[in-house]
Design a protein around this ligand. Structure first.
Ligand code: HEM
Length: 156
């Protein structure tokens, strides 16, 4: 049996756009995240759906249409995001996910949460004053598998 991508499993772009639309409705009404997204571009939910789809193994929509991984990183620079904001972001996204009745099998849930826990931490790190993230870092690619161990700096 061939292995579906996470993108196919969740239901493709249509499902991800439903997810981000429901998520940002919650964000706008939220006491912690509402102010962070007060000047959000109206296309933001669709752009984030395109980004997520690409990470999860779908078409390269964000790279081809919206500036790719460097553009996503740039949107987070100097926002000085906090851990409380990061946690609320994940909580609201997962609330929207559950309410929409998207796939709730443990394998998919574990892979999705794995990416969100990683991606939101990267967003917070990149948002700190003075952060100089590598803008040439490739688009992350997430699959069903296990992580390859903790980050360990290279020995020179
Ligand atoms: C896996 C985690 C995340 C992903 C995949 C993600 C993705 C993105 C993308 C793709 C954009 C650019 C959208 C565009 O091209 O128009 C963006 C912008 C932004 N992100 Fe994130 N993000 C993540 C986490 C976070 C977190 C945790 C926060 C705050 C707590 C945050 C706050 C923002 C803000 C404020 C913008 C700019 C919105 C605007 O004014 O249009 N992001 N994000």
């Amino acid at each position: 049996m061939s292995m579906p991508s996470l993108y196919d499993w969740v239901g493709g772009t249509a499902a991800l756009e439903r997810l981000t639309a429901a998520f940002y409705d919650k964000v706008k009404a939220d006491d912690v995240l509402g102010p962070v997204f007060a000047r959000m571009n109206p296309d933001h939910p669709a752009h984030v759906a395109a980004f997520l789809g690409e990470v999860l193994g779908g078409p390269r929509l964000y790279s081809e249409r919206y500036g790719g991984h460097p553009e996503m990183i740039r949107h987070h620079l100097n926002r000085n995001l906090s851990e409380a904001q990061r946690r609320r972001w994940i909580n609201l996204l997962l609330d929207a996910y559950t309410e929409l009745g998207l796939p709730d099998d443990p394998e998919f849930a574990s892979a999705l949460v794995g990416y969100l826990e990683w991606g939101t931490r990267m967003a917070v790190l990149n948002s700190k004053p003075g952060a100089r993230p590598g803008l040439d870092e490739p688009m992350p690619e997430w699959g069903w598998g296990e992580v390859g161990g903790p980050y360990q700096p290279k020995k020179s």
